[in-house]
Design a protein around this ligand. Structure first.
Ligand code: NDP
Length: 434
């Protein structure tokens, strides 16, 4: 802990994994001898850099940029970029560490990494966002590449930002290396379904869990936090499968619509106008707006899908959800439930799917995008969607089977952590002490 002082999110993520994999070390003393643990918690490379840019008023602004290349045992570093004022080394490290195991679970040849900046895209003009992205890439380009490190989007980084980042990369290296970034536009190397992938994937894995218990989404009340990329497409797929999504949020508050969220309105407000979720009630006055985002968990539901940010669902919220009879919690965001909240779910027999399994559909589809770029090809929506669905079903089965094997039936936290860890640890063993 002294080595990584003042990084509580990173400690939280590491502790959860280390607790789960204890039984693995009893079975595999060779991991200990090879120093796997000491190596896996240390990023292979940590890059922190200055990002200077000029705002619309002509003032010079300075942000901090990060790219942490965590583990390349399985393939090139892969993971998103987050632009949010809360970004600092501890956030990038927790996300990068989680990414190692998540990427392993997808079955694709991708290592783990993460990056971003404390830049806040909110309220900035397109021109400001472009100048920031160009400055960010002017440093980042030298560290990344299609077989080295392949960034993508995350909070605050969507199609617009990936476009500006790619434009600057291409200009500097003088080469159209489509595989250097994922989440690209459909006209220039992007993959169909990548935009929808994390939200759809989350719903696919929950659907598999429901099927496993002879149940379905039909008629279920669902609460989804956030109203960004993951939340919107989780809502879309859940509604398609017959569920009733009744609440969505942003960092200012949440909306509750007992008749079911009208997704067209949300898409327009969030994707086109870049507005706030409270504007939803102007169009649908029978819906209710509450100016307290994390109170969204007071809304009664069968399934809760936290899709906003880390530690957004705490012990008290978990207790309220349990009191209200929640059956399933699936994490669309990374580490949205605090450890205490997870304990409440597990003690009360709520099915809980951790983020590294539940939201792996995004990065899995990014890997499919890389495959298409490598082949100079583009696949149909149906083909990518079917592949995504299969990956999510495989992740569920893999995590369930491993949990059972280690005597922890139904514990998908243990199952996901162990399954991901084994693949990475074995690859590290094969490749020697590097
Ligand atoms: P977006 O930026 O598209 O949306 C984020 C949403 O969460 C917004 O509604 C935002 O509200 C809300 N939010 C963000 N920070 C906070 C906060 N501190 N408090 C309350 N609400 C907050 O991001 P994504 O949808 O892409 O990402 C959401 C989560 O999913 C993240 O944890 C991300 O790491 C994870 N994830 C994303 C993947 C992807 O493919 N995009 C893949 C795997 C995981 P506001 O607009 O007010 O800021």
């Amino acid at each position: 802990t002294e080595r990584n002082a003042n990084e509580p999110e990173f400690h939280q993520a590491v502790k959860e994994v280390l607790e789960s994999i204890e039984p693995v070390f009893d079975k595999h003393p060779e991991y200990k001898d090879a120093g796997i643990l000491e190596r896996i918690v240390e990023p292979e490379r940590q890059i922190i850099f200055r990002v200077p840019w000029v705002d619309d008023e002509g003032n010079v602004q300075v942000n901090r940029g990060f790219r942490f290349e965590f583990n390349s045992a399985l393939g090139p570093y892969k993971g998103g970029l987050r632009f949010h004022p809360s970004v600092y080394a501890g956030i990038v490290k927790f996300l990068g560490f989680e990414q190692i195991f998540k990427n392993a679970l997808t079955g694709r040849p991708i290592g783990g990494g993460k990056g971003g900046s404390d830049f806040d895209p909110k309220g900035k003009s397109d021109a400001e966002v472009m100048r920031f992205c160009q400055s960010f890439m002017t440093e980042l380009y030298r560290h990344i590449g299609p077989s080295t490190d392949v960034p993508a989007g995350d909070i605050g980084v969507g199609g617009r930002e990936i476009g500006y980042l790619f434009g600057q990369y291409k200009r500097i290296v003088n080469s159209f290396d489509a595989g250097v970034l994922t989440g690209k536009g459909l006209d220039w190397g992007g993959s169909l379904v990548r935009t929808e992938a994390t939200g759809y994937g989350l719903v696919y894995i929950v659907e598999e869990l429901l099927k496993d218990h002879d149940d379905s989404f039909e008629g279920k009340d669902i609460v989804i936090s956030g109203s960004g990329n993951v939340a919107i497409y989780a809502t879309e797929k859940a509604q398609e499968l017959g569920a009733n999504v009744i609440a969505l949020s942003d960092s200012s508050g949440y909306v509750y619509d007992s008749e079911g969220i009208k997704l067209d309105t949300v898409k327009r407000i969030k994707e086109v106008e870049r507005g706030r979720i409270k504007e939803y009630v102007e169009e649908h006055p029978s819906a209710e707006y509450v100016a307290e985002s994390f109170d969204i968990w007071n809304v009664e539901c069968d399934i809760a899908l936290p899709c906003a940010t880390q530690n957004e669902l705490d012990e008290d919220s978990a207790k309220v959800l349990v009191e209200h009879g929640v059956k399933i919690v699936g994490e669309g965001a990374n580490m949205p439930c605090t450890p205490e909240a997870v304990e409440v779910f597990q003690e009360n027999d709520v099915f809980y799917i951790p983020g590294k399994a539940a939201n792996a559909g995004g990065v899995a589809t990014s890997a499919i995008e890389m495959t298409q770029n490598g082949m100079w090809d583009s696949w149909s929506f149906e083909k990518v969607d079917a592949e995504l669905n299969k990956i999510m079903v495989d992740i569920y089965n893999n995590a369930s089977t491993i949990a059972k094997e280690y005597g922890m039936e139904g514990d998908l936290v243990a199952g996901a952590n162990i399954a991901g860890f084994l693949k990475v640890a074995n690859s590290m063993l094969d490749q020697g002490v590097v």
